[in-house]
Ligand binder design. Structure first.
Ligand code: FAD
Length: 446
């Protein structure tokens, strides 16, 4: 009899798992239950779809259920898994379109339920015009609201990367933008103060007002008219919640799946949970941090795809292992690119590591070449061992390629002395003879 794999959730982790499982075992029956209307899309592209760079939301879709069916994967849209019975290896599923309940047995199960935007339980937070951006449906709803209601003033609650990307989107669409950030520090968990200053001044340059404040309620007659904060009242006709992601772990927890210290599903390197035959991957799961060697929750699409692939391969009988994460990410804030990998100095200190910090400013390409611009490189180093703990880079061009150099150095647990020795590329249009990474490493070595 054919074995059956059920995957819960059909985006980055879930579809990677389903596709890899089918490729690993051609005889495996693979069923994906997705409660929403879409699968396999690039949520990361939504701010750019909303800004009009990507004209059609269908361009964000990587694979349709019909394409998956050709690969032998049975995708069931609008099917929400309501409960997992790990004893009988059965899931209870609700067909949300037709209102039917069904029960499906599995040999193996991949939980890829992702995350949801953190929502404050504040008065008025269900008013029309308040959005959390996560699923493609939420992106389409926001797109429709912008087109139909033509809002003029946006409030963004939270200062994480989605908040920043949406601030750019709204400004490009001509809206006034106020960001309400509890700590007053945008990208608080992502960069240190010196790099944050550059982000803040880019936001200032583009007339994004950042307030150190907390929302206490939303006001309006049916639809949003203002956000009331501890410090005042801000008129707005659209708001986006960018307060971080909350892992969807309730289903797993009810089934007896163990959580880790960071509050998401704990797995081993093969993406197995504590329950036999049950794997977890993506934004609902933790990952081992490369630098701290501790479980961490840094939900990113890059990680979700890789973890999903490992879970899928192993659920089909393979032997794949997922390594660790460094939380490497890059984002655009108007004309500035900001990137990070590993630990910030603040995060390193939080886990009790001594740090030495070096930040340099250099040209991104040869200084005499047209278009040369400043780039800022920060290295966080363990002062006793000389080991790189993390890096942050901000500038206009050449940021993404350089953060990947630092991520690779972290992966290989390199010291500053080794980083200085790297044979990095040089030609005037692309890099100076002393690449900013090498300049930073040389300064850090002193
Ligand atoms: P999700 O994408 O959350 O998918 C989980 C799916 O499971 C959902 O479709 C949900 O409906 C379904 N589900 C949940 N519970 C059930 C259930 N009980 N039954 C059936 N189905 C269920 N990451 C980057 O690395 N780089 C970026 O630039 C970047 N930009 C982003 C920009 C935005 C605006 C957003 C929202 C995210 C961005 N991310 C980025 C993060 C990235 O999109 C996520 O890390 C990734 O989508 C996680 O994939 P996932 O499959 O684990 O979870």
């Amino acid at each position: 009899m054919k074995k059956r794999l059920i995957v819960i959730g059909g985006v980055a982790a879930g579809m990677s798992a389903a596709a890899k499982a089918r490729r690993t075992d051609r005889d495996l029956e693979v069923v994906v239950c997705e409660k929403g209307a879409f699968i396999s899309y690039a949520a990361c592209g939504m701010p750019y779809y909303l800004a009009g760079d990507i004209p059609d939301h269908r361009d964000l879709i990587v694979r349709t259920p019909q394409q998956m069916a050709k690969q032998g994967i049975d995708v069931r849209l609008h099917h929400q898994v309501m409960a997992i019975d790990a004893e009988t290896r059965t899931v209870a599923v609700r067909d949300l379109e037709h209102g039917n309940d069904l029960s499906l047995t599995y040999d193996d199960l991949v939980i890829a339920t992702g995350a949801r935007p953190a929502r404050p339980s504040l008065e008025g937070s269900d008013l029309e015009g308040i959005f959390g951006l996560r699923s493609l449906e939420s992106g389409l709803a926001l797109h429709r609201y912008l087109a139909e209601r033509k809002p003029q003033r946006a409030a963004i609650v939270g200062g994480g990367y989605i908040g920043i990307e949406m601030a750019e989107t709204f400004r490009r669409l001509g809206l006034q933008v106020t960001m309400i950030v509890r700590s007053g520090k945008v990208l608080r968990a992502t960069v240190d103060d010196d790099i944050r200053k550059l982000v803040q001044s880019e936001l200032d340059r583009h007339n994004v007002q950042v307030l150190q404040d907390v929302p206490v309620s939303f006001e309006g007659e049916g639809k949003l008219e203002a956000v009331i904060t501890a410090g005042g009242r801000y008129d707005c006709d659209i708001a986006v919640l960018g307060m971080g992601a909350v892992p969807n772990i309730e289903l797993a927890l009810d089934a007896g799946v163990r959580l880790g210290p960071a509050g998401a599903i704990a797995t081993d390197a093969s993406m197995r949970t504590n329950l036999p035959g049950i794997f977890a991957a993506g934004d609902c799961a933790e990952a081992l941090h490369l630098v701290t060697d501790r479980p961490a929750y840094i939900p990113l699409g890059s990680t979700a795809n890789k973890q999903g692939r490992v879970a899928g391969e192993n659920a089909a009988g393979g032997q794949a292992l997922f390594g660790s994460i460094a939380g490497t990410m890059v984002l655009r804030c108007f004309d500035l690119t900001v990137a990070t990998t590993g630990l910030t100095a603040a995060a390193a200190q939080d886990v009790g590591l001594p740090v030495s910090e070096t930040t340099i400013q250099a040209k991104n390409i040869s200084h005499y070449f047209p278009g040369a611009e400043d780039i800022h490189v920060k290295l966080v180093v363990h002062p006793d061992t000389g080991k790189l703990l993390g890096g942050q880079i901000a500038g206009k061009h050449g940021v993404a390629k350089r953060i990947d150099v630092l991520a690779t150095a972290l992966f290989n647990r390199m010291t500053i002395a080794q980083l200085r020795q790297l044979d990095l590329s040089y030609a005037p249009p692309f890099a100076p003879v002393w690449d900013p990474i090498l300049v930073a490493a040389n300064v850090a070595a002193k």
